[in-house]
Design a protein around this ligand. Structure first.
Ligand code: PLP
Length: 372
């Protein structure tokens, strides 16, 4: 049986989303900046997509800026906050995606200092730690809404109100949260989202920026996106993103499949534990430690023998042999990090797939345990 349990890495494009996109590659291929009929059609469709996304975020359409994805949105939010405030201190957390952490590291070379808040064993940031870390020269607080490896949901609303009390900008990377939990314009001053995590196309995302927040342009050129992010709009991707955002579903089915998987694994595999077990987690993400098992061997066995896709570490870092910094921050030992696997479920997963996985996994774990 083939089953895809790596939806936190990326998702399949919805067939109806692809159908809508095709038209903009083949017939409605005008440049949204052109003044002829094809250009105007393209521009209108892109604006419709922007409206769909702003509806999903409960914001105004002019507060949505298209980017190439979550990475670009994250980088832009950080860069812009430093440039526009002139302040040189940023607060974030130790479990952010590399799109945040690597950008912060690069900013240190420009004299920016960063405070990375710790997390507890559930991957949770403590709001009191944030309160204590804010300084007069803090330009930005950026804390992810949901973690990509363990799924922990942060208390974004509380963190945002602490920032508001102190007059500090708050950004959240909601790439893993958008479409799964309530993320709206009330959640932050700036929000990063990405289409390929919500059954939309790869290569398109957005940054929500609350009106009133001054932005520094990211790319200079033809003046698209209100002069903030120049470059010809990839209209087919934008349209696909809009439809994907409009077709986001109720995640209760994914949630109950995930719970079934958790119960099944914990009930049948004695050396298995669930990381961030007591945290509120986004539907679909469950990270298990199979103590004593080499995670990459298990991922390979599942893939080669049964065409089951899951991940040891997040996709971007799965090829490194370094232990996951997220799991380490949640208190796992180096050995346990190397024994950890993430299953991430999405809208196309079925009960049958979960049953199949639960039928083969216990024996596979036992046999891999013997081979060590
Ligand atoms: N932030 C988080 C939490 C993610 O999970 C990802 C992708 O895995 C990104 C940012 C990067 O998004 P993109 O792939 O759209 O650049």
């Amino acid at each position: 049986m083939n089953a895809y349990f790596d939806n936190a890495a990326t998702t399949a494009v919805l067939p109806e989303v692809l159908d809508r996109m095709k038209e903009y590659f083949l017939s409605e291929y005008g440049n949204a900046g052109s003044t002829h009929i094809l250009g105007m059609n393209a521009s209108e469709s892109a604006e419709e997509a922007r409206e769909r996304i702003s509806y999903a975020l409960s914001c105004k359409s002019e507060e949505v800026f298209f980017t190439s994805g979550g990475t670009e949105s994250d980088n832009w939010a950080i860069q812009s906050a430093v440039e526009t405030t002139g302040k040189k201190h940023i607060i974030s957390s130790v479990i952010e995606h590399k799109a945040i952490l690597s950008k912060l590291q690069s900013m240190e070379k420009q004299g920016v200092t960063c405070t990375l808040l710790p997390v507890d064993t559930n991957g949770m940031v403590n709001p009191d730690d944030l309160r204590r870390a804010i300084r007069p020269d803090t330009a930005l607080v950026t804390i992810m809404a949901a973690n990509n490896e363990v799924g922990t949901i942060q208390p974004i609303n509380r963190l945002y109100s602490i920032c508001q009390e102190h007059g500090v900008l708050f950004h959240t990377d909601a790439v893993q949260a958008f479409g799964k939990i309530m993320i709206t314009a009330h959640s932050a001053d700036m929000i990063s989202i990405s289409a390929h995590k919500i059954n939309g196309p790869k290569g398109i995302g957005a940054l929500y920026v609350r009106s009133g927040v001054t932005m520094a342009p990211l790319l200079y050129g033809g003046g698209q996106e209100g002069g903030m992010r120049s470059g010809t709009l990839p209209v087919p991707l934008v349209v696909g993103f809009g439809y994907a955002a409009g077709s986001m579903m109720d995640h209760s089915r994914v949630d109950s499949l995930t719970k079934k998987l958790e119960r099944g694994i914990l009930g049948s595999i004695p050396n298995a534990s669930l990381t961030a077990a007591s945290a509120f987690r986004v539907p679909g993400i469950a990270n298990f430690c199979f103590r004593g098992i080499e995670a990459h061997s298990l991922v390979k066995s599942l893939s080669y023998r049964h065409e089951i896709c899951c991940s040891a570490g997040s996709a971007c870092s799965a090829k490194t042999t370094k232990p996951s910094y997220v799991l380490r921050a949640c208190g796992l030992s180096v050995a346990d990090c190397h024994s950890s696997i993430r299953f991430s479920l999405g809208r196309f997963n079925t009960e049958k797939e979960i049953d199949f996985l639960l039928a083969i996994l216990p024996e596979m774990v036992v046999s891999l345990g013997k081979s060590i």
